[in-house]
Design a protein around this ligand. Structure first.
Ligand code: GYE
Length: 324
């Protein structure tokens, strides 16, 4: 073999490897001493988001990450731009919690086109527009439909009245947890004919908006006796609105929600809230483990599912010290 044939065979092997990777649609991740990692946070206006970012920052050293974090301040357009800027900075891997299901698709596709393996964390994208295992490596997160279903089942078992008049505070419109927590709850609660959902409106996963929306809905539906909030921050906002209106959460209104924040566990201990189904923000260690498996050449399951606990008056005090 002369030098030219060696070169040609090396090129052929290179081409073959590239075509294997692109046949699977996923860019490979080379094993390295250190990785330049991007984490594109969507906003930092609640304890859940802050705990998630901190989990990535705390994992960086032990996972050999040079970590770049951004904060899109609640704007999907800025989150797309943040991802583009990380691509320009030459990240090896992207961890992305897409604020909404559709607007972040271009960011996912651009990262893939730039050869950057992308893992969606905590929220997913529209499965008709981008597919795990093809357009991005995997989704790491909870089963939101199941979370909504578990809240409905707890409510059905623990509500003592004859008629449950429910107000639902939805998360960010167009986000995967808002879509799925609504679906899981609505489908399951329909099985118990004591309940009626009289209003369902977005509070954007934010405490203050949750409070404002609850104030308005209370005027239209003074007979409400159940509030289902898609996250704890809105549940706490709703409790504030109820108290301001002279109601007694925990006595004349049952408040139920999802996440497991410190304030929610305290509200359960204080008897103001009935249940919160866990949705953990501590993704750093899981992200590290899955990234290393991918770098080792393993095929990653399209959905790396997180198992969630449930917090009620029975166990809230046991878990408040580890809460955020
Ligand atoms: O429940 C909420 C946050 O995407 C699972 O987003 C997450 C949700 C979480 O803002 O508090």
């Amino acid at each position: 073999m002369n030098r030219r044939t060696i070169l040609m065979s090396v090129t052929a092997i290179g081409l073959a490897l590239t075509s294997v990777a692109s046949a699977q649609g996923l860019p490979p991740l080379e094993k390295k001493e250190r990785y330049k990692v991007g984490f594109s946070q969507m906003e930092s206006n609640n304890p859940w988001r802050i705990a998630e970012t901190k989990s990535f920052v705390d994992t960086a050293e032990s996972c050999n990450w040079d970590l770049i974090t951004t904060d899109a301040a609640g704007s999907a357009a800025k989150q797309v731009a943040d991802v583009e800027s990380m691509i320009a900075q030459g990240i090896d891997v992207l961890f992305l919690p897409p604020r909404e299901e559709k607007p972040l698709i271009p960011a996912v596709k651009r990262a893939q086109a730039a050869g950057i393996p992308t893992f969606l964390v905590d929220r997913s994208v529209d499965p008709n527009a981008a597919v795990a295992g093809e357009d991005f490596v995997a989704f790491l997160g909870s089963d939101f439909i199941d979370q909504g279903r578990r809240v409905a089942e707890w409510l059905s078992e623990n509500f003592e009245g004859d008629k449950g008049v429910i107000v639902q505070l939805e998360g960010t419109t167009g986000s995967s947890p808002a879509n799925d927590r609504k679906k899981g709850f609505d489908d399951a609660i329909a099985a118990d004919d004591r309940f009626e959902i009289v209003a369902s409106q977005t509070g954007d996963f934010a405490r203050d908006l949750g409070r404002q929306v609850m104030e308005t809905l209370l005027q239209a539906h003074p007979d409400v006796n159940v509030v289902y909030a898609h996250n704890d921050e809105m549940a706490i906002g709703a409790i504030q609105a109820l108290e301001l209106a002279g109601r007694t959460p925990g006595e004349d209104v049952l408040v139920v929600s999802i996440d497991g924040t410190r304030d929610a566990l305290q509200a359960i201990i204080d008897g103001k809230m009935g249940v919160t189904v866990e949705s953990s923000p501590f993704f750093g260690p899981l992200a590290c483990e899955v990234m290393n498996r991918y770098a080792d050449g393993e095929t990653i399951e399209p959905w790396v599912q997180v198992q969630d606990r449930i917090f009620t008056a029975e166990n809230a005090a046991d878990h408040i010290d580890e809460a955020y």
